[in-house]
Design a protein around this ligand. Structure first.
Ligand SMILES: Nc1ncnc2c1ncn2[C@@H]1O[C@H](COP(=O)(O)OP(=O)(O)OP(=O)(O)O)[C@@H](O)[C@H]1O
Ligand SMILES: [Mg+2]
Length: 509
């Protein structure tokens, strides 16, 4: 096979941290390579050096057998290398076609719109994309935006494509479509690197897997000779159990009553429709449903972030047994009423954390309101930050200098979950808590949630992986189009039954 790309001894430091330590890697034409490694193992850093975002401290890069220097994204483009980042870089008010040609105008002249559309259509047909060149970015779903990003690099002639966690934001159906496109690109001789933490995707789409651990190249393996277990062991460096413990907690108590909850979006469309359930302390209640079935609105309603329709009722029962009506409370009221509620929202930087601040400040953000004293005490948050960093093995140079936006995605999530747990909630809600997390860290999070349950906390877990929902949770509430299609015992139901309930109210059990 012909080499498309070869890396030799690539090394990159960030201060005293070695993010990439003399990494060598080969990518062949017509191959899909998975780059696998725990959070912070250096995957994105390595890819950023191929796409001209970072420049290596040491090492060589060869494209088509020739040594090259990649000093900017433009250099990468000129070498026919295109990277699709997890955070898209599109201009919202422009159409798909305008974004695709953005920056290509060259000699002042305008690009011929017809020709651009024809070229976009040709690419779409060849690889099996669905794309409307006239659609504006702000009208697009995440998956459509991703398509624009990919077509954009193909339009610029990319032969080497790098996709950094492209499936993290996709539904399983969209993921399958993307994989079909990737297979077509491979048939066409393109060389593709994909980063994903989902091992079943690695096994499904790639030909070969390269594993990194703590900045070092560990080895490569042909996908047909790999299993989820073997890849995990290679990634972590020791045998890891892929079973989730599900102990039973004896003294469950009702902690949160949700009755007739109805919520509409700005357009007046019902996002939640007469939802009723009880969350019990000492249990993990899983929320299952296809994406956008009302999961977000449900958690946000409980957290005081949604306007509830007439007739909706949310009641919190405190540890002393007092019923507190939560309706109409905003997040501050909730804190002031000593409702011990923690919320790990789905978008980490939107509501959860401030990217420009260090870990300690982010911890303070959440804890300072809790003490009776208004004095900002930095010692307590500092101790707490160190505890979170130690307990959850957060990779960071320090807790009070580095802004958290510089941490890898998984490490950011560990800080967020760790902080919420350290608030000692009685209700702990998490939305997609393991999105973007490596498998080992995901299991750490599952264990943490189970620990919370065994301390009597009512855990509400919104998840997308049915296998995990069925293994981790005690009961499952299945949502379909904003309605409850069933509340079932997770120990007794099958994956197929839940799948049916997700698509049809009253389907399945
Ligand atoms: N700009 C930066 N400044 C300082 N440290 C950084 C920077 N970028 C990355 N790092 C650090 O380098 C290490 C590798 O990070 P990288 O983002 O490459 O990991 P990753 O394998 O992509 O992780 P994830 O799976 O969580 O995305 C991490 O410890 C991270 O905190
Ligand atoms: Mg990364």
């Amino acid at each position: 096979m012909e080499k498309a790309l070869e890396l030799k001894n690539i090394t990159k430091h960030f201060g005293s941290l070695i993010a990439n330590d003399h990494i060598g890697l080969t990518l062949y034409k017509g191959e899909i390579l998975s780059l696998l490694g725990e959070n912070g193992s250096g995957k994105t850093t390595l890819m950023n050096m191929i796409s001209g975002i970072y420049y290596p401290d040491e090492g060589q890069i060869f494209v088509d057998g020739k040594e090259v220097e990649i000093k900017s994204p433009k250099d990468a483009f000129d070498l026919h290398i295109g990277m699709i980042h997890q955070h898209f870089k599109l201009v919202d008010v422009f159409t798909a076609a305008e974004n695709i040609v953005l920056g290509l105008e060259g000699e002042k002249g305008k690009l011929d719109k017809k020709a651009v559309h024809a070229a976009v259509k040709e690419i779409a047909d060849r690889y099996g994309f669905e794309i409307d060149p006239n659609k504006k970015i702000y009208d697009m779903s995440v998956s459509e935006k991703q398509t624009v990003e990919i077509v954009k690099v193909l339009y610029r002639g990319a032969n080497i494509l790098i996709l950094d966690e492209p499936t993290a934001v996709l539904t399983p159906q969209e993921t399958n479509k993307l994989f079909a496109v990737m297979r077509n690109m491979k048939q066409d001789g393109k060389a593709i690197i994909i980063i994903t933490h989902k091992l079943h995707e690695v096994l499904d789409v790639s030909d070969r897997v390269v594993v990194l651990r703590k900045g070092k190249y560990i080895g490569d393996v042909e996908t047909k000779n790999a299993s989820q277990q073997s890849l995990t062991d290679m990634m972590v460096g020791r045998a890891v159990s892929l079973n989730i413990d599900r102990p039973h907690y004896e003294n469950q108590r009702d902690t949160l009553l949700v009755e007739h909850l109805t919520v509409r979006d700005k357009e007046g469309v019902k996002k939640l429709d007469d939802v009723t359930f009880t969350a019990r302390g000492g249990e993990i209640l899983g929320i299952a449903g296809i994406a956008g079935s009302g999961q977000r609105e449900l958690l946000e309603s409980i957290a005081g972030l949604q306007h509830l329709e007439e007739g909706s009722k949310i009641t919190y029962i405190n540890p002393e047994g007092k019923h507190i009506d939560v309706n109409g409370m905003d997040p501050l009221d909730i804190i002031n009423n000593n409702i011990l509620l923690s919320f790990v929202p789905e978008d980490r930087f939107g509501m959860g954390l401030v990217g420009g601040m260090d870990i300690t400040k982010n911890v303070m953000l959440r804890t300072y309101r809790r003490g009776a004293s208004p004095v900002l005490d930095r010692k307590y948050p500092l101790d707490l930050s160190n505890k979170i960093v130690n307990d959850l093995e957060v990779m960071t140079p320090d807790v009070n200098k580095t802004p958290i936006r510089k941490l890898s995605g998984g490490n950011v999530q560990k800080v967020l979950v760790g902080r919420e747990i350290e608030c000692h909630p009685t209700v702990l809600m998490t939305a997609y808590a393991v999105r973007g997390l490596d498998i080992n860290t995901s299991y750490t999070i599952y264990n943490l949630l189970t620990e919370q349950k065994m301390q009597g906390v009512a855990v509400i877990y919104v998840g997308e992986d049915l296998d995990v929902l069925l293994e981790l949770c005690d009961r499952l509430l299945v949502l379909c189009g904003g309605k409850v299609s069933g509340i079932v015992d997770a120990r007794k139901i099958t994956k197929e039954e839940v799948g049916l309930m997700m698509t049809k109210v009253g389907g399945g059990a």
